[in-house]
Write a protein that binds this ligand. Structure first.
Ligand SMILES: NC(=O)c1ccc[n+]([C@@H]2O[C@H](COP(=O)([O-])OP(=O)(O)OC[C@H]3O[C@@H](n4cnc5c(N)ncnc54)[C@H](O)[C@@H]3O)[C@@H](O)[C@H]2O)c1
Length: 312
């Protein structure tokens, strides 16, 4: 098949991810972006997109005129057939519920042209299973965007055993075209690549707190002021080559037996959830958070990302 030009992009789901992903395509100007919502325009999706874009405008990343033109490229519909029948590429961002996702692709299979690609933005679920009620499984692929999708460059493009090589290559090209940084994941495994890495780190972080080796704030400090600083430039595989695989082997030979290897969530984590200590949303998690502190944390993150990505 080779290079393919995509024109009509359809997004299912108007939440945090659906709105953010629709916005990326709309800003490129060369796509017709259709968003399906059972509530149509009343879903408030255009307001959500406008509010995200306003933050970018305040940081001089886009102009008011660009926002207007982007919003003009978006149509919100409440009828599935209208949303899907001319679509070249569909990304579903409906809730993380296997049955909803399976049934959506099953229905779309009946409506769409044979060459329409079905992408799922699932965070952790098996893409093979999501595709199981779909006749044409070769067209189903994972495109795992990270939140906020209009800022974080990474998209994990996940192949199942049934996904065709053309669909993989065309999806990688499309993600590059919208200026994302796609990575190819060769196996449809839980957590793909980045969440496996992330949660290996979280498991150890929580375990250190649980064992009283350091308190919660100190664990974060250890990363923020140490290895976390160099991670964007020097990630584990290059780092291992840099220090030498002989040294890496010697370190692993000594330390791996001491690291957390539980296959269950930590008892401390379970206990906190049982007590209703859920983090920002309840004012207490591993640490205590006032509303202002929680807001300030989110603001620090978006300012940092804008600074790193746009040099602003
Ligand atoms: N939030 C994140 O940080 C994040 C990151 C990466 C991937 N994801 C994944 O993206 C997907 C969407 O996540 P989100 O955070 O945007 O969720 P969300 O709850 O904010 O949005 C879900 C949307 O789907 C709509 N919806 C519900 N049932 C539907 C149906 N049957 N048909 C069509 N639309 C329906 C809802 O009205 C809502 O607009 C999930 O699979 C999630 O795991 C989320």
């Amino acid at each position: 098949m080779g290079k393919r030009v995509f024109k009509n992009i359809t997004i299912f789901g108007t939440g945090m991810m659906g709105s953010g992903i629709a916005q990326i395509f709309a800003m490129k100007q060369c796509f017709n972006v259709t968003i399906f919502s059972r509530r149509g325009i009343a879903s408030g999706v255009l307001e959500k997109i406008k509010s995200n874009l306003n933050v970018l405008m305040e940081n001089k990343i886009c102009t008011e005129d660009e926002i207007e033109r982007a919003l003009e490229k978006i149509t919100v519909v409440d009828d599935m057939e209208t949303a899907a029948k001319d679509a070249d590429f569909i990304i579903e961002c409906v809730p993380e519920d296997m049955e909803i996702k399976q049934n959506l692709f099953k229905d779309l299979d009946q409506i769409c042209r044979p060459d329409t690609i079905f992408a799922t933005n699932t965070s952790v679920m098996s893409i093979t299973e999501i595709a199981s009620k779909t006749t044409n499984k070769a067209r189903v692929i994972g495109t795992h965007f990270w939140n906020p999708p209009y800022l974080i460059p990474l998209v994990e493009v996940v192949k199942t055993e049934d996904t065709s090589d053309d669909v993989v290559e065309q999806t990688m090209d499309l993600m590059r075209f919208i200026e994302k940084h796609p990575i190819k994941v060769n196996k449809d495994v839980p957590g793909f690549v980045a969440n496996r890495l992330q949660h290996a780190l979280w498991r150890e972080a929580i375990s250190i707190v649980e064992r009283g080796i350091a308190d919660a704030a100190t664990v974060d400090e250890a990363l923020k002021f140490g290895p976390g600083l160099r991670l964007p430039i020097l990630a584990p595989i290059e780092n291992a080559d840099m220090v030498g695989l002989d040294l890496t082997l010697a370190i692993h030979d000594y330390i791996l037996k001491y690291l957390e290897d539980s296959h269950e969530p930590s008892p401390l984590l379970k206990e906190k959830v049982e007590k209703g200590e859920l983090g920002f949303k309840t004012g207490k998690g591993f640490q205590e958070w006032t509303e202002e502190e929680a807001k300030a944390s989110k603001k620090r993150l978006s300012e940092y990302l804008i600074n790193v990505l746009y040099n602003k």
